[in-house]
Structures are given as C-alpha cells and as structure tokens.
Design a protein around this ligand. Structure first.
Ligand SMILES: Cc1cc2nc3c(=O)[nH]c(=O)nc-3n(C[C@H](O)[C@H](O)[C@H](O)COP(=O)(O)OP(=O)(O)OC[C@H]3O[C@@H](n4cnc5c(N)ncnc54)[C@H](O)[C@@H]3O)c2cc1C
Length: 303
C-alpha cells in the first residue's frame, strides 16, 4: 500500500483536497485521536469517484467521516484515508409536496432548523443530534423510538466499483441505529417526505425535546453521545448506573454523572482511557445483569 502515491495522485486533482497526517482529534466531537495517514475532502461526485479509485488502486484503506460525533479514534491514529464530502454535497432543496433533499455533508441541525422554518414536520426527534445527514442516515440516528429513516423517501449512495445507486424508501430496512444500506457505500444525498405543521408548533416541540436533552445529558464536555446501544426492552444507561459506575474514571475519561451511557472527556483523555472505561462498563453489566452491551460508538484505528 502506498499512502504517499495516493497523496501524490490526489493532491493535484480537481475537486479534491488531500492532507497528510491530519490530527483527527480536531475532527471528532471527543477531541481525541491521532492522525489519519491521509485525509481527502471530495467536493464533487467525479472527485469522490476518482479518489476512491486511486485509494483502491494503491490499496489504501479508507473510511467516510462526517463530523466525527460518533467515533472514537485510537491514540496512534488511522493508517488509511479519511474521506469527507465537500461542497457539492452540502445543499438543501425544498420541493413541492413536503419533499426535501439534503446532501450527505449537510449538518443535520441545519436541515432540522430549515424544515422548521418551512413548516415541515417529521425531523423534530433529530433536534440536538450533532453530525451530518450522511452520518445520520448511516446510523439511522434519532431517539430510542423515533428514527430519521422513518421519513426517508429515497437515498442516493456511491457504491465503489459500481457508481451511483438510488434506493427508494421501500428498498431500505430501518431499525434502531440500523439501516440495510451496505456499510461500504457512501451516502451522498437523502430525500425526506415530511408533513405540514405550523412552524411555531414545531419550534415548541423542538424546544421541549432540547430541554429534555439538557436535563438528561452532560452538556459542555466532549462526548460521542451514547456509547452503547440500548438492549431490547432495556436501557444501557440504567444497567450501567445499577452497577454503580456513574463517575467511574480512568485518566481523563469518565462515566458521566448525568447519564451513565455517556463517557465524557474531562480534558486530556486518551482513546485508551475511554476504551478502558468502556471495557469496565461492558464487563460489569455482563457480570451483574448478564447483558452483552453492543457499542453504538464506531472505532477507528484500533487493531
Ligand atoms: C452530544 C451528542 C449527542 C448525541 N445524541 C444522539 C442521539 O440522540 N441520537 C443518535 O442517534 N445519535 C446521537 N449522537 C451520535 C451522533 O451524533 C450520530 O450518530 C450522528 O448521526 C453521527 O453523524 P456524523 O456525521 O458525526 O458521523 P460520524 O461520527 O462522522 O460517523 C459515524 C458513522 O457514520 C459513517 N458515515 C458518516 N458519514 C457517512 C456517509 N456520508 N456515508 C456513509 N457512512 C457515513 C461513518 O463511517 C461512521 O461509521 C450524539 C452525539 C453527541 C456528541
């Protein structure tokens, strides 16, 4: 594999920004993580297709990153390429009949706010969720019972080796933090089918949801949101709390005092600190409750 060759090929390419050894701590909500050997921002679809072709030819592993709000990057970093979607994928367009389309790099908060201003209802459960539309589709982000996938009319992805793929709503299965869109595909755009509602009512609904978040979740400290998925019929946070782990810390990483399914970076936490805290949470819940918690956070650069 030659990251260097890939960098040389891509750094002069139209619509591509290529950077070597970018610290991913600056690109994740955790503020943790070593460098990516290569970072590529693709501003257009041809640039993206070209970048993936070059990376595959040079046998450089790659992963798509949105805003990095659900990722823990290892302290040594990632020896492959992090791909981000740029300008062409940052548009929102409103069509007739409650239809709105958003590119994969659009901030979810921007989409939610614009839908509110336009009196379009459906995405209220996504208020307060950071990250991009691409990340939200790939994670089927939302609350425990309400997911973004429920309002999706269609999704366009890039499938390496094939090209553009368009899924209609019925082609995709959605579930709690699950979508049947294959993991190797890059979400370029999603269209949503929303219903009419008074913008003022939407704003009130969103405000209530935000204040619930402020009450129940740690604010102001770097996190990645919930670290474990809720087990069927249960709550990962409650199981961890029953193990007496609220406040449990290793180095700068700590189980939040406010919500036991959040691990916060108190400043200077390493990825290894977070990992040790996650392992303790997992082991204690398994021992005490016999429940095998599955991670919601994605790991990058770990062996
Ligand atoms: C304070 C806080 C609160 C949160 N609350 C919630 C919540 O209530 N509900 C919830 O569901 N999540 C929540 N999260 C987690 C996170 O915000 C969501 O999972 C979000 O959708 C991730 O988007 P992102 O752009 O940051 O994706 P990233 O973190 O960058 O990536 C996450 C995953 O998506 C993949 N991905 C990203 N973009 C694309 C793309 N274009 N195509 C294909 N795959 C892609 C990545 O490869 C990775 O596997 C919270 C996080 C924080 C920090």
């Amino acid at each position: 594999m030659s990251v260097y060759n890939a960098y040389l090929s891509l750094s002069g390419s139209l619509g591509v920004e290529a950077v070597r050894d970018e610290r991913l701590a600056h690109r994740t909500s955790y503020r943790i993580g070593g460098p990516a050997a290569l970072s590529v921002t693709a501003h257009t679809y041809p640039a993206l297709a070209h970048a993936v072709e070059v990376l595959d030819r040079e046998q450089v592993g790659w992963v798509v990153l949105g805003r990095g709000t659900n990722v823990l990057v290892s302290d040594k970093g990632y020896d492959g390429c992090v791909i981000r979607l740029g300008r062409e994928f940052s548009r929102i367009s409103f069509e007739d009949g409650g239809q709105v389309s958003a590119g994969g790099s659009v901030l979810l908060s921007k989409l939610v706010n614009e839908c509110q201003s336009n009196g379009l209802s459906g995405l209220e459960p996504c208020v307060g969720i950071p990250g991009t539309v691409g990340g939200a589709i790939s994670m089927d982000a939302g609350t425990r019972d309400e997911w973004i996938g429920r309002h999706v009319a269609s999704v366009v992805t890039f499938r390496p080796g094939k090209g553009l793929v368009r899924y209609e709503a019925n082609d995709i299965e959605w579930g709690y933090r699950y979508t049947s869109i294959p993991a190797g595909e890059i979400v370029l755009e999603a269209s949503f089918c929303l219903s009419d509602r008074d913008p003022k009512e939407i704003a009130e609904d969103m405000e209530q949801r935000l204040s619930r978040r402020r009450r129940k979740q740690p604010m102001g400290k770097p996190t990645c949101g919930s670290v474990f998925r809720n087990p069927p019929g249960g709550s990962a946070g409650s199981l961890v709390e029953l193990c007496g782990l609220k406040g449990y810390a290793v180095g700068g990483a700590q189980v939040s005092d406010t919500h036991a399914n959040f691990v916060v970076n108190n400043g200077g936490a390493t990825a290894n600190d977070v990992l040790l805290v996650l392992q303790k949470m997992h082991a204690d819940v398994m021992e005490r409750h016999g429940v095998n918690l599955l991670p919601e956070v994605k790991f990058l650069g770990f062996d």
